[in-house]
Design a protein around this ligand. Structure first.
Ligand SMILES: [Zn+2]
Length: 474
C-alpha cells in the first residue's frame, strides 16, 4: 500500500483511507510514544508540547478530585466542569444505545484543542495515569494517539475536508464478566461510533453515537462482523481484525460522504441489518428500515431529554461539590454513587431510560414497576387499589436498588467497584427479616430482559418473573 499521502496535499487525497496512510502518521506515533513514556515515568509533562517537557501544570484542574476542590473555592470554570462531568457520567449510565452526543471543542492561547478548559491531551494523560485495568490502559494509549492526530488534522486543515471515524467496541478479548467489570455494557455489547471533524464555523467537534452490538442478553452478538461490514462499505479492509485493532485504525472519510455521526450510525445499522437479516436502528431491531429523518429526530429527542434533566444533574453536581474526596478514584466513585442513585430513582418513571441498564434481574422489576406506574396514572382508580400499587412500586424500587448495578464508560467507576469501598457501610441495613414480596400479577413487558422479545406477557409469582417467551428471573 502506498504511504505517500501528505496532509499538505489535502485536496488531492482519496475520499476514504486509514489514518496510518498519511505520511506524517509516523511522527505522530512517536509523539504519542514520548507522551505515554513520560506519563509512565511519572515525569512532569507539559502535555501540549511533548518534545520539550516543561514543568508547568495545565491551568484548569487535572482531574475530578481537583475540580471539586477548586469548585469549593468558587472557581466558576471548575463548577461548570463538575456539572459537565456529572451529566456525561449519567448519560453513559442511562443510555447504552440510541443516543447521540456532540461536543464543541475550543482552542487555548497556544492553539491546543480543549474541552471545557482542559486540553484533550491532559484528559488523556489522566486516563493513562489512573486506569488500572491493563487492557483499558492499552486502549487509552491509542486514544492518546488519536488526540495527537486530531490536533494535527485541525492544524493542517485536514478536518476541512475529512472526518475521523473510529469504532470503539466492547473489548473482544475480555470475558463478559471482565468486560462488565471494566465498565462495558455487555448485555447489548454497546459500542460507540466517534466522528471528529470541523464544522462550518471552523470549530472542531466530537460526535458520538451509541449503538447496540447485540439485541439482548441472550442473543448472538453482531458487533464485530457489522464493524467489518461497515468498513468494507467504505472501501476499507477490516477483515480479520478484532475490537482493539479496529479501534487503533481510524478512517478518514470525506465529509461529502460522511458529514456527521448520524450518517455513520445509519451505515452501521445497514451493515448490521445485512449481517443479522433484521432492520436495525442504533443496533436495535425494528420493523422497517430507518430513514435519515428518524436519526435526526432521535438526536433532537436526545437533546430535549438532556435539557429536561438539567435540574437533577445540578443537584448531583452540588452534592459532589459538598464531598471531600481524598483521591481521583474516590471522586469518581462518589460521582458513580450519586448518579447510580439518581438513575435508580428515575428509572421507573422515565421510560426513555433502557430498562436493562441495571442488569437483567433488576430489569424484570423495572418492567413490572413501570407497568404498575402506568396503571397508577390511568385514573380513576379506587383509593385502596391506589395504595396497593404504591406499596408495590415501593417494594419494587427497593428490589431494584438492591439488585441493580449501573456502569458508565469503560474505566469509569461502576457500582460494583463502589461496593467494595462502601460495601461495609451499606451492608448494615440490609436486613432480611422484613422480606415481603410484591402481589402476584400479570403484566406486559416492553422488552424481555433476556431474549429481547417485545411486548412479552409476564407473570409475577412469589417474587419471581416468568415471561411467555420462556425466560424467567432468578
Ligand atoms: Zn425472554
Amino acid at each position: 500500500m502506498s504511504q505517500c499521502l501528505r496532509a499538505e496535499n489535502v485536496g488531492e487525497l482519496p475520499d476514504v483511507f486509514e489514518v496510518s496512510r498519511l505520511n506524517h502518521d509516523e511522527v505522530l506515533r512517536k509523539q504519542a510514544d514520548s507522551l505515554i513514556g513520560a506519563v509512565a515515568l511519572n515525569q512532569s509533562v507539559r502535555v501540549d508540547k511533548v518534545d520539550e517537557p516543561l514543568v508547568k501544570q495545565p491551568d484548569v484542574s487535572n482531574n475530578l478530585a481537583e475540580s471539586i476542590g477548586l469548585a469549593q473555592e468558587g472557581d466558576p470554570k471548575a463548577i461548570k466542569l463538575l456539572k459537565i462531568n456529572a451529566r456525561t457520567d449519567y448519560i453513559e449510565r442511562a443510555f447504552k444505545s440510541g443516543f447521540v452526543m456532540a461536543v464543541d471543542l475550543e482552542r487555548n492561547e497556544d492553539g491546543k484543542l480543549t474541552q471545557n478548559g482542559q486540553t484533550l491531551e491532559s484528559v488523556q494523560v489522566n486516563s493513562l495515569r489512573y486506569l488500572e485495568n491493563e487492557r483499558l490502559k492499552e486502549r487509552a494509549k491509542v486514544e492518546a494517539l488519536h488526540t495527537i492526530r486530531d490536533q494535527y488534522y485541525a492544524d493542517k486543515g485536514v478536518f476541512k475536508k475529512y472526518a475521523r471515524v473510529t469504532l470503539s467496541l466492547v473489548d473482544d478479548q475480555m470475558s463478559d464478566e471482565e468486560a462488565a467489570k471494566a465498565g462495558f455494557f455487555v448485555n447489548t455489547r454497546s459500542l460507540s461510533i466517534q466522528l471528529v471533524t470541523e464544522d462550518e464555523k471552523g470549530d472542531v467537534v466530537i460526535q458520538s453515537a451509541f449503538v447496540a452490538g447485540k439485541q439482548s442478553a441472550d442473543a448472538a452478538p453482531f458487533d464485530i462482523r457489522s464493524a467489518r461490514e461497515f468498513a468494507e462499505r467504505l472501501g476499507v479492509d477490516y477483515e480479520g481484525l478484532g475490537s482493539e485493532e479496529m479501534h487503533a485504525r481510524p478512517i478518514l472519510v470525506d465529509k461529502s460522504i460522511m458529514p456527521d455521526v448520524l450518517v455513520a450510525a445509519q451505515l452501521f445499522d445497514e451493515s448490521a441489518s445485512e449481517i443479522t437479516g433484521s432492520y436495525k436502528f442504533f443496533g436495535k431491531n425494528r420493523n422497517s428500515p430507518p430513514t435519515r429523518a428518524d436519526y435526526i429526530q432521535r438526536y433532537d429527542e436526545n437533546k430535549k431529554m438532556v435539557d429536561d434533566m438539567d435540574h437533577d444533574i445540578d443537584i448531583v453536581a452540588w452534592e459532589l461539590m459538598c464531598s471531600s474526596p481524598q483521591s481521583p478514584l474516590e471522586a469518581t466513585t462518589e460521582l458513580a454513587r450519586l448518579n447510580d442513585k439518581l438513575l435508580k430513582d428515575r428509572i421507573i418513571t422515565d421510560e426513555s431510560i433502557d430498562a436493562n441498564v441495571l442488569g437483567v434481574e433488576a430489569a424484570y422489576r423495572v418492567n413490572h414497576a413501570r407497568d404498575r406506574y402506568r396503571e397508577l396514572q390511568s385514573m380513576p382508580i379506587e383509593m385502596q387499589q391506589q395504595n396497593q400499587i404504591m406499596r408495590d412500586i415501593d417494594m419494587l424500587q427497593k428490589e431494584i436498588n438492591d439488585l441493580g448495578s449501573s456502569s458508565s464508560c469503560p474505566g469509569g467507576a461502576t457500582n460494583k467497584k463502589m461496593d467494595s469501598i462502601f460495601g461495609e457501610l451499606e451492608g448494615q441495613d440490609k436486613n432480611e427479616d422484613s422480606k415481603e414480596t410484591v402481589e402476584d400479577c400479570e403484566f406486559i413487558s416492553e422488552e424481555c430482559p433476556e431474549c429481547g422479545d417485545t411486548k412479552v406477557k409476564t407473570t409475577a409469582k412469589n417474587g419471581k418473573y416468568y415471561g411467555d417467551c420462556g425466560c424467567e428471573s432468578k
